[in-house]
Ligand binder design. Structure first.
Ligand code: HEC
Length: 131
């Protein structure tokens, strides 16, 4: 009885090791890998039109993505959240900042996917690429 418990214990450790291995390879994700949903992008358009469009056009975001090449996407999210909209930084909901990033990515030609973009879950492992 005790022996079989021990065996299943080490199986759990093996499983954890495999899962950890998997999440390490998730580090290779980029904004090309369908990292936001179409619903987020369309919600983000409303946020963008209401809170960002007055000061920036899409050309500006193309240049931003270029200059953030290879940085984790969550850094851009934090930067936007901390400084934008310039006339009222931090005034949007966390979800609205996430949606607006989905919209910016989508407008710059990056594909939507099945899994929602989530700053608390893996967004530090998604690299920005130039459009
Ligand atoms: C009242 C004007 C204004 C509004 C509204 C505004 N911005 Fe900005 N934004 C600025 C200014 C000014 C800068 C800094 C100068 C520059 O880079 O043009 C800036 C810079 C940025 C940058 C560059 C950050 C970097 O470090 O590369 C991003 C990205 C950005 N804004 C996104 C947004 C988003 C997203 C919204 C809407 C949620 C928004 N801005 C709303 C004026 C504004």
């Amino acid at each position: 009885m005790k022996d079989s418990l021990k065996i299943s214990g080490s199986c759990v450790f093996l499983l954890i090791g495999l899962l950890t291995g998997n999440s390490a390879s998730a580090q290779d994700k980029t904004v090309k890998d369908g990292v936001f949903t179409a619903a987020q992008a369309s919600a983000g358009q409303a946020v963008y039109d209401g809170s960002c469009k007055a000061c920036h056009n899409m050309r500006f975001y193309r240049d931003t993505l270029k200059s953030w090449n290879n940085q984790p996407l969550v850094y851009l999210w934090e930067s936007i959240m901390g400084t934008m909209p310039a006339d009222n930084p931090g005034s949007l909901l966390l979800e609205e900042y996430t949606d607006v990033i989905a919209y910016i990515l989508s407008e710059n030609g990056f594909p939507a996917g099945e899994i929602a973009l989530d700053p608390d879950n893996g967004m530090d492992k998604i690299s920005i690429l130039p459009p």
